[in-house]
Write a protein of this length. Sequence first.
Length: 342
Amino acid sequence: MIKKKVGVIGAGSFGTTVATLLSRNADVVLFAKYESQVIEINEKHSNRGYKLPENIMATGDLSLLAEECQVLFPVVPSAGFRTMMQELSQFVGPQHIIIHGTKGLDVQFDQSKPLKFLSKDEIYTMSEVIRYETSVLRVGCMSGPNLSREIMAGLPAATVIASDFDEVIKIGHDLLSNPHFFVFGSHEIKGAEFAGTYKNIIALAGGMVAEKKLGKNLEALLITRGLREMINFGNAVGIHEKAFLGTAGIGDLIATATSENSRNYNFGRRIARGEKMETILEEEQEVAEGVRTLKIAYLLSNFYTINAPITKMLYKVIYEGYQLDAAIKYLMNYPYSTDVDF
C-alpha cells in the first residue's frame, strides 16, 4: 500500500511543477533547501510566482519527508544530485520508491583539472546514482517534453515514466495523470535518462539559431542532425536507437530546442548575442543543464571518436570562445554522406 502523501525533493521551477501535478491525486510534502521558501509555501501557498494548492506542505527536513512519504520525486540539479542522495540515504530503504526528474549526468572527477577524455564507466545516470548511494530498489525516472511554464498554465502535456519495474510505472502513472497530463510508460530507463540529458545540448544550439534568425529550415535541420548525434552517443554507451524515437527522445528534443520557456534555449540565445558563459551562469537563478552536459559529451566523444560535429562546435563556441558564425558555416559545409543510416 502506498502512503497518501508523496514527497518531492527540490523546490525549483520543475520541482514545483511536479509537486503541483502530484497534488491533484495526493497530498504532497515538498522539500525546499531554503527556510524562506518553506515559510512562503506553508504560509502563503506560493513559490516562484506560482499559486500552489493548499495540500502542498513544505519542509526542510529530509527525515520527515522520508518518514511521511513512501514515493519520492527528487528534482534537483545533476551537479548536486549525488550529495543529496548521500544525505537522503540514511532515511530511506527498500520500502521506498524513487522516481527522479533530473535531466543530467553525474561524473566523478575534478573538473578544475584539464581532462581530454571520459569513458562510459566514469559517467552515471541519476538512477544509477540512486542505486549506488541508497538501498532503494524500485527506481524510475520522469522524462519528456515537460516545460514548466506550460504545465503550470494548464496547457496539455505528456511525460514518460521509465523503470525496470512495472509497479513503478503504474504508480507514476496513477500519481501524475490528469485530464491535461498524459503519462506513458517505458522500460528503457537508461535511454530515457540519456535522451533527457542530451537534448539540452541541442537546445543550446536551438537558441543560437533562433537569435541569429536563421529560419525554420535550419532549425529543422539542427533537430534532425541533433537526433542523429543523440543516437551516436547512445550507441556508444550501449543504448539502442529506438529509445530516442519516442516522447522522451525526439518529443523532448523538439520542445526544448524550440521554446523560449527552455532555460537551455535561452542560454543559447544569450551566447548568440555575444554574452560570456560565466556572466550568464552568474545571473541565472536556475541551472541550464546543457552547459554542464556539453562538457561531458565533448569528453565522451573524444574517448569513443563519436561523429558529433554539433556537440564539438558548440563546445568550441561556449567553452573556447570560437566565433558562432564560423561554427555555423563549418556545420553547413560538414560532409554528411547519408541522411538516415540507422
